[in-house]
Design a protein around this ligand. Structure first.
Ligand code: SF4
Ligand code: SF4
Length: 398
């Protein structure tokens, strides 16, 4: 039997969607072309047509408890085929932004990060923290020590304390937010669930098998350059994370010299770090250039998209520039860009659960929940699906 849901329109929510990138949603006349065009949408209650009408009617509760907003990979195949120019891909993106703001913990940081007028405050916090550190440890003297020794420029211990606290805060905040999302899916999802339930761990493992190689994303055919760019960024980010973890372990636990002072394993660590940085930046540059040059395929860009790209691209580029300037032999340049890099890294850590970056967690939860309730038979996978053979006795009895 269909799930009974009480509709409570919230027109303020619809206005928020219009402001966050869903400005064409009222053009939709429910033809369903988008749901047919979407290669990754399940055939039971497919998206994004239903999200369009829920958004038009201001059905905030349905959209905020909808797993499908995170199953969408923002490829915009649907938007390019919509006969009314209603841009359902942009609407899905706007709903995700509002979902992060309404689910995240603490919620005031979601508001701070999502609001353009608060940009100076949001970016001012990491800038001031790093400037205070630089002032305290060397009074803004960028001329030495030479050769470059970042640990002598700003002592590693306060850096590690502040950045570790920021990371712990980000992880705790994200875990609380994702737990809220899982609970809301369990209690209020507007999707008809079919078949037996699977446990969280097997569902998560199944989800990761899909996420790591981006297999579902690959099904978005018309805009598959975005799949390649996203894959580069995703694995570049994992490589950078592994590099940072190895360097921190070497310095803190093994008390070895850092790579900048030719500590052990320097060549391998640098190859991993630099190759990851190049993949990470290349993927982001492709996505940014497409946003600027082919917005009809890449989708419209709202403040939330640009802030994410600014922070993440700023982190990657300043890290790479710091390394290049050091190689080029400019000691003041290396320290200067190292300081800017620290500002971006702190912004990334502090705002990780509130930026678009959080899609990593929300999408994983949505896919895992989908696996747990069997909501994964897409039109594309259904075409390839071969039903399991029936046992001989069962087949004979029919
Ligand atoms: S968004 Fe466009 S394609 Fe989708 S139902 Fe509305 S009008 Fe049709
Ligand atoms: S943006 Fe792509 S994945 Fe999302 S609903 Fe449209 S076609 Fe499907």
């Amino acid at each position: 039997m269909a799930k009974e849901l009480i509709a409570e329109p919230d027109l303020g929510f619809t206005k928020g969607l219009l402001k966050s990138g869903g400005s064409d949603l009222k053009k939709c006349y429910q033809c369903a072309t988008c749901s047919v065009a979407c290669k990754v949408s399940p055939d039971n209650q497919p998206y994004p047509r239903k999200e369009m009408i829920w958004a038009q009617w201001g059905l905030k509760d349905r959209l905020m408890n909808d797993p499908d907003i995170w199953l969408c990979h923002q490829c915009n195949d649907c938007s390019t085929l919509c006969p009314r120019g209603a841009n359902p891909g942009d609407l899905m993106k706007a709903v995700r932004k509002m979902h992060i703001e309404s689910t995240c913990w603490p919620s005031f940081l979601g508001g701070l990060v999502g609001e353009p007028s608060m940009f100076v405050v949001a970016m001012g916090i990491p800038v001031v923290v790093v400037l205070l550190l630089v002032y305290f440890f060397n009074g803004f003297d960028f001329s030495g020590p030479s050769p470059v020794n970042y640990g002598a420029f700003i002592n590693y211990i306060p850096i590690q304390v502040i950045y570790t606290l920021a990371l712990v805060f980000a992880v705790v905040s994200l875990v609380i937010s994702l737990k809220r999302y899982w609970n809301s899916l369990e209690a209020n999802n507007p999707i008809e669930v079919q078949g037996p339930r699977k446990g969280f761990v097997p569902s998560l493992i199944e989800a990761l098998k899909e996420i790591l190689p981006h297999t579902t994303f690959r099904d978005c055919e018309a805009n598959n350059i975005r799949y390649a760019a996203h894959l580069l960024t995703f694995w570049g980010m994992i490589g950078l994370f592994v590099t940072t973890a190895i360097v921190a372990f070497n310095i803190d636990i093994l008390h070895l010299k850092p790579p900048s002072q030719n500590g052990p394993g320097t060549v391998a660590i640098k190859i991993l770090g630099n190759a990851s940085a190049v993949a990470f930046i290349l993927g982001l540059v492709i996505m940014t250039v497409r946003r600027l040059t082919v917005p009809d395929q890449a989708g419209s860009s709202a403040y939330f998209d640009w802030l994410f790209l600014f922070v993440i691209l700023g982190t990657g580029i300043t890290g790479l520039v710091t390394e290049l300037v050091r190689w080029a032999g400019s000691v003041p340049g290396a320290y200067f860009f190292y300081m800017i890099h620290l500002m971006f890294v702190l912004a990334l850590l502090l705002y990780l659960p509130f930026l678009k970056f959080a899609h990593l967690g929300y999408r994983t939860v949505a896919i895992a929940w989908g696996k747990s309730v069997g909501r994964n038979m897409t039109l594309a996978t259904a075409a390839k699906y071969v039903p399991p053979a029936k046992p001989v006795e069962e087949a004979a009895s029919e």
